[in-house]
Design a protein around this ligand. Structure first.
Ligand SMILES: Cc1cc2nc3c(=O)[nH]c(=O)nc-3n(C[C@H](O)[C@H](O)[C@H](O)COP(=O)(O)O)c2cc1C
Length: 184
């Protein structure tokens, strides 16, 4: 079972990263290997629109820190993707990564990835839950396009305070890991 966690907040111990870690540490307790990528620590460019991934190459031709991530994510059984809302979308770091997943799609918009994968999309935000539902809808649609069965975990009313209590959501993420990874 291959689990890949990608966190898009620049705050390594911020709410979204801590919630993602809830899933990852529960998975590790169940003897699963977790590969963690913290996007803010990586050097990469956004998609260059060259479309060589459609014509000449099965993978993105850019060679940077996302090359390995895209390979690992393509092979993952479970993807945990976490970002806060920044200006009505995911962070720039996360959006640049998502643009590069264009390389997962064939010219006919069918996915190049194997079916049967699960994704947990974690979104934190300052506003209440009545705002930014569109972000979840959009990213769910992108991930579904690649063949992921998507579950969304939203944490509204999250302040920037590093001691912000998100235990309720960490528990939710941890329970999901137990549910998805239990062998019986
Ligand atoms: C540059 C910036 C833009 C933000 N834009 C929004 C926004 O549009 N809507 C919102 O609800 N919260 C917004 N926030 C608040 C964050 O989404 C919120 O504090 C989130 O919990 C931070 O997540 P993190 O702890 O994982 O970094 C913004 C924060 C920053 C720093």
């Amino acid at each position: 079972m291959k689990i890949v966690t990608i966190t898009g907040s620049p705050r390594k111990n911020g709410a979204s990263s801590r919630i993602a870690e809830g899933f990852s540490s529960a998975a590790e307790k169940m003897d699963c290997e977790v590969i963690r990528y913290h996007l803010n620590e990586m050097n990469y460019r956004g998609c260059q629109g060259c479309n060589r991934c459609k014509m000449k190459s099965p993978v993105c031709v850019l060679n940077d820190d996302l090359s390995h991530l895209l390979q690992d994510l393509a092979e993952a059984d479970i993807a945990v993707l976490a970002s806060p809302v920044y200006y009505g979308d995911t962070t720039g770091q996360f959006k640049c990564f998502i643009d590069r997943t264009w390389s997962y799609v064939k010219p006919n918009f069918k996915s190049k990835l194997e079916p049967g994968k699960k994704a947990l999309f974690i979104l934190t935000q300052g506003f209440g839950e009545e705002r930014h539902g569109d972000v979840c809808e959009r990213y769910t649609a992108f991930l579904k396009l690649y063949g992921f069965d998507v579950t969304v975990l939203r944490a509204p009313n999250c302040s920037a305070d590093p001691s912000m209590d998100v235990n309720q959501y960490i528990d939710e993420a941890s329970k999901l890991a137990e549910e998805w990874l239990s062998r019986d």
